[in-house]
Each structure stands twice: as structure tokens, then as C-alpha cells.
Design a protein around this ligand. Sequence first.
Ligand code: NAI
Length: 255
Amino acid sequence: MTRRIAVTGSASGIGKALVEVLRAQGDTVIGVDREAADIQADLSTEDGRARVVAELGAGPLDGVVACAGVSAPDPISVSVNHFGVVRLLEGLRPVLAAAPNPRAAVVGSIAGTQPVDQAVVDACLRDDEPAALELARAAVANGAGYRLYPSSKSALAQWLRRAAVTEEWAGAGIPLNAVAPGVVLSPMVAPLIADEAMKEVMDRAVPMPLNGYARPVVIATALTWLISTGNTHMTGQVIYVDGGADATLRGPGVF
Ligand code: NAI
């Protein structure tokens, strides 16, 4: 039977590559993005998220992959990367639970292992978006906006590990996992790589001894397995598809 899978961030980069892989294997894919998508919505807003949940909530829905994200030293990173993912997944959980083999996955980042703004992360984990955004604005005012992207991805990973094993997710038979990339050659990083000084900073922050930068399809392929019917027992995992960056940076004591 054809599965119906929703993919956010479907208009570009990893999400776009995932749509292609899933369609090629016969799935019906509903793309969600700000524009050039089946459902056009701004996931940084409550309205946008609610509209997507309303449109997809009628079902059936076999899987959701949340790829949409923003890498900016700005509060928008927190509203899209954390709340835009969590609220959407929580909103779609009931329709997923009704599917025969439901699956969910998100895209984290190696940046989630980097130093964070702990107050922002805590507010995200309390599910307090107004407080998180106020703290994020304060971080920008204090010149620490660069911590917001890592904070959003750290909070997302922690939410996922906590939620995945609950009655609502594991108890409903829904595996919930993340792929955390290193550097991926998508439109998000193209301007950074083009700038030699930026590229050097990035290469030091994210060393990738195995095969260097990844193409979007590499991340899409890992996501495809996580949401396949073959994945019956992996949940709550953040899978680093990062050319060895995590093992290099955090070493053998973290596993
Ligand atoms: P991209 O910029 O090519 O694609 C991101 C997509 O998300 C775009 O189509 C954009 O329109 C959509 N999006 C952004 N804000 C949105 C909003 N408010 N509402 C709806 N859609 C929105 O970037 P890429 O690289 O494909 O990123 C996908 C995911 O991968 C993101 O979550 C990103 O944080 C993550 N990631 C990317 C890495 C990279 O090196 N490119 C590394 C690690 C993680």
C-alpha cells in the first residue's frame, strides 16, 4: 500500500532531496514549506503550524519528517527549529497513531553538541515559546546570538529523547528519531562555503574526516531508513551522519 508521508522544508536542500527519494520508492509525499510546496505555511508561527496540522490531520498519514530549519543568529532559529518541529509533531501525533506503521523523524545538527544558551534551552524544554523568544532576543542584544542555532538543536534533541519513550510515542508504536548532519552542501551553507574565512572557521568547528561535506541525498537516505517499516525498534536516537565530526569532537567516551 502506498504510504503518505509529510516532509517539511520540502522546497530546498535536505527536504527536497528526501521528497525525491521517497517519491522514487513509491510513497505519496506532501511537501510543506513557506512557498513552492503542497502546503504553504510559515512554521515559525502558531497559525502556520495549526494550518498544517489541520490540513494533514484529516489523514491518513503514515509518516512525518521535519526538515525545515533556519541557521541564523536570530530568535527565528528557535521558533522554527524547536517549536516549529515540536508543535507540528505533537499536533500530528494522533493522526500518525492511527496508521498501521507510523514513523516520525527530525533533522538535528552537530551544532546541538556545541555550547548553548542554557536559559533558552530550558525555556524550550518547558515548552514556553514566549519566554524562549524573549531570552533569545536578549542573547542577540548581548552579542551571543550565535548560540541560538546550537540551542535550538540541543533542545530539539533533548525533547526527542524524552518524548520518544513515552506512552504517546513508543506506547503508540511510533518510532521518533533524528539525523544530525555535519556540513551538508545545501543552499543553507553555500554562502558560508563560498567565503574562505568562514569556511576555515566551519572546518575547524565541524571536522569531517570521512568523505568531507555531504550532499543532501546522504542525509535523505538515512532519514528514509529511519521512517521505513524496517525500523521497528530504533527510537529516541540522534544519529550523527557527519563524516565523523561527532566522534572526532566528543571522543570515545560519548556513545
Ligand atoms: P535549506 O535552507 O536548503 O532548506 C531549509 C528549508 O526549510 C527551506 O526550503 C526553507 O524555506 C524551509 N523553512 C525555513 N523556515 C521555514 C518556515 N518558517 N516555515 C516553513 N519552512 C521553512 O537548508 P537544509 O540544509 O536543507 O536544512 C534542512 C535541515 O537540516 C535544517 O533543519 C537544518 O538546520 C539542518 N542542518 C543542515 C546542515 C547543513 O550543513 N546544511 C547541517 C546540520 C543540520
